[in-house]
Design a protein around this ligand. Structure first.
Ligand SMILES: Cc1cc2nc3c(=O)[nH]c(=O)nc-3n(C[C@H](O)[C@H](O)[C@H](O)COP(=O)(O)OP(=O)(O)OC[C@H]3O[C@@H](n4cnc5c(N)ncnc54)[C@H](O)[C@@H]3O)c2cc1C
Length: 457
């Protein structure tokens, strides 16, 4: 059973005692800094925690979790704050802002990196690339490694090296009893399994140990197709994405040109020997792109190439689903809605999942969506709150229209606040095992500000 939430009857002397026991900082409502720390990436989210703690180290986290448990305060955890549902911040609970814990150690010889849970993708990529190494992460460098990894982590290296969570070798995690556990294939293997796809349901990760791979300058860039080819390229894209070599990863985006016509661009990253790229990219070039820019690119440069498209302070509303093909009827819908895009920064993203990421057994980690497929993300982004209804309405209508063509499931990291059925669809066949792990490691659901897994009865 969930613990109840008693705020505002929090004992000030207990909060004071916690504050003086910490090496990090504690913020009360109304205090200088409180409003900055509670802000998350999605400007639609405006929540007020009873207390915010910014820990300096794992011991601070242990103390804070014990305090939260004793005082019946549900806990939210902030890594990079990018989650679209805004689950990093909680009303009337305790928010743990891990952004101060960014320490990274790279052992280039063993090809391993240990990263503090507050690191952003850019921090980890920069540290690993000094040795010509990298671990698979996402494609926008200011995203947090923690939320991304715990939910899966789809990016440019997923075809060759799997998801971010597939490359976690170990983690340190503070569970709901305030104890710090090291988890790996040999220690607390059920918890190690659960945090690779089960999100932040099981405790506060203080650090991750990642496997690294040699990743040199990649061949990266993209193709923009003329509007009259949009239908043809859409039909071709899922099939090609499922059959292309592991070294090729793609992410397409359907938008609208200045005349209002739907247009498709396909971003690519080739992470193999450069000589192999030409034949791999030939099928895309045969479709006659109007723009074809693919060039040797520094990996960190590629990782931050999309950052400018996602400025801070914007409102976001997203809907995610998976597709293995686009039928003519589905394409009709996509083209119709793309022509009516509600804001210039919005779009329909089509991130490919394939290769090594798709070959992992469904039950091997908690991330269940193991097949070659496209994650279709309806992504609305706008500045003016007066535009909210139009953007949300458009995204919902497109999502509903496409559902008959989608395969079951949703990517947990791109899920909004969408109800129990969608949460279950996100964890898929692994839900019951996750629920058993939740009952063992967080029986009172202290960590419930997430795509929440109910503890098994
Ligand atoms: C602009 C943008 C680009 C993105 N690109 C990609 C992409 O390329 N690939 C991809 O796979 N996803 C991508 N995402 C989605 C991203 O993976 C999720 O939003 C993810 O939750 C972000 O992690 P975070 O740490 O920044 O988020 P936060 O909002 O800080 O945290 C999200 C949740 O993660 C959990 N969490 C965070 N830190 C901890 C911790 N230390 N211990 C335990 N639980 C924790 C908590 O449950 C928290 O509520 C993108 C999102 C955005 C906004």
């Amino acid at each position: 059973m969930d613990i109840p939430t008693p705020w505002p009857s929090l004992d000030p002397s207990a909060v004071g005692a916690l504050s003086s026991s910490l090496r990090g900082q504690l913020f009360h409502p109304g205090e200088h800094g409180y409003d900055d720390v509670r802000k998350v990436f999605n400007a639609m989210i405006d929540r007020r925690p009873a207390v915010i703690v910014r820990p300096a180290d794992a011991e601070d986290i242990c103390r804070t979790v014990s305090f939260a448990r004793t005082n019946h305060l549900p806990v939210s955890v902030k890594g990079g704050s990018h989650n679209v549902a805004g689950s990093a911040v909680i009303d009337r609970g305790l928010m743990l802002d891990c952004s101060g814990m960014k320490k990274i150690r790279v052992d280039a010889e063993r090809r391993v990196a240990v990263a503090g849970a507050g690191a952003l993708l850019a921090d980890l990529d920069r540290a690993t690339q000094t040795g010509g190494l990298a671990t698979p992460l996402g494609v926008v460098s200011v995203t947090g490694i923690a939320g991304l990894t715990l939910g899966g982590g789809i990016g440019w290296l997923n075809g060759k090296h799997g998801l971010a969570c597939d490359n976690v070798l170990a983690a340190n995690i503070v569970t709901s009893d305030g104890g710090l556990l090291k988890v790996s294939a040999d220690e607390h293997a059920d918890l190690f399994w659960a945090i690779r796809g089960g999100g932040g349901n099981f405790g506060v990760v203080t650090s991750f140990t990642y496997r690294l791979h040699p990743v040199g300058p990649v061949l990266a860039g993209g193709f923009l197709f003329p509007a009259e080819r949009t239908r043809e390229v859409l039909r071709f894209y899922p099939e090609f994405a499922a059959s292309c070599p592991d070294e090729l990863s793609m992410s397409a985006s359907l938008g609208r040109d200045d005349s209002g016509n739907p247009v498709l661009s396909v971003g690519v990253c080739w992470s193999g020997e450069h000589g192999g790229a030409d034949s791999a990219l030939r099928p895309l070039r045969d479709l006659g792109p109007a723009v074809d820019i693919v060039a040797p690119t520094d990996y960190c440069e590629l990782q931050s190439a999309h950052d400018a498209g996602f400025p801070q302070g914007q409102n976001h509303y997203w809907k995610s689903s998976f597709f293995t093909e686009f039928t003519d009827d589905a394409i009709d819908i996509l083209l119709h809605f793309a022509a009516e895009l509600p804001s210039p920064a919005s779009g329909i993203g089509m991130q490919q999942m394939h290769g090594a990421a798709a070959r992992v057994d469904t039950a091997a980690t908690a991330f269940p969506h193991r097949r070659s497929q496209i994650e279709l993300l309806i992504l609305c982004q706008w500045a003016d709150p007066a535009e909210t209804e139009r953007n949300v309405g458009w995204a919902r209508a497109l999502f509903e229209a496409l559902q008959p063509f989608a395969v079951r499931g949703v990517y947990v990291n791109d899920l909004g606040d969408e109800g129990e059925d969608r949460v279950k669809a996100a964890y898929g066949a692994n839900y019951d095992s996750l629920s058993a792990a939740k009952a063992k490691y967080d029986p009172t659901n202290l960590f419930r500000s997430n795509q929440n897994i109910r503890p098994a009865p």
